[in-house]
Design a protein around this ligand. Sequence first.
Ligand code: MTE
Length: 313
Amino acid sequence: MPVYRPPRIAASDITPRDIYMSRRKFMGTAAAGFVMAGAGSALAAPLTAAPSRFSTDETLTPKEAVTTYNNFYEFGTAKSDPAQNSGQFEPLPWSVKVDGMVGKPREFGIEELMKMQLEDRTYRMRCVEGWSMVIPWVGFPLSALLDQVEPLGSAKYVSFETVVRPEQMPGQTGFFQPLEWPYVEGLRLDEARHPLTILAVGLYGETLPNQNGAPIRLVVPWKYGFKSIKSIVKISLVEEQPQTTWKNSNAREYGFYSNVNPAVDHPRWSQATEQRIGDGGFFSVANRPTLPFNGYADEVASLYEGMDLKANF
Ligand code: MTE
């Protein structure tokens, strides 16, 4: 990944949580049940969602930063590329195929997925590059989807695949291709079933902007951000550990597990601290301590008992 250059976002840009929450309440009433008017930045539609005990009450990263400072290489490698280059992307119609070692393989239309029991999940997100955000996602537990397809006993992992659409994704065209497409990711089945793992369909109370992975993306808050694959078209239950894009690109730097771990440095930089986007304004620096499992150790550390977390990064 490219060398990180911190953005300059003033602390005054941050939406205080009470203002955000009262706006959410208003939008919930106004929406009067969910009607999918469309997805993507141009057609953002309000979503109704229940609060969740898993949400953090830390100060939210401003929506402006969440939607303009992105990694989505299908639209280009600069942080500003996804917001600038994703206007042509069509997140509707959309469906997600769920197959592999399951009793009931099937394809889910996005309208059906939007009708799942949606929750507000405000999570910390820590990018492997050394910056972090606090993002109010709207989504539902991945386990709710997996239950519907009935995984077989032989299934040990879950693999995920992003759409390939060079005609709408300029980062997939041209001579220089930074990654192999489709972007693929994977989780162990118990990680996929963990209640913190969600499929997000919105943020800040509206459908996902294209640059954040419209119309549906994964969010795994205790792992580095690159595990949270965007614009998913396929989910497969498999027996062997699946291929993952960044490990395929550079296995020495990016592992399959990629749990946030301040004790394991990236070969080219320290992971001990991070810059919370929005902290400190102009003189913002990466001086916030990074927490094991991104602060979710109480919930997830037991998944890795007996594992050497330094070797299995
Ligand atoms: N998913 C796809 N398909 N392509 C990508 O380039 N980038 C990853 C992840 N998911 C990426 C992706 C990385 S490196 C990060 S940090 C997060 O998305 C960023 O999510 P955000 O832009 O919504 O904050």
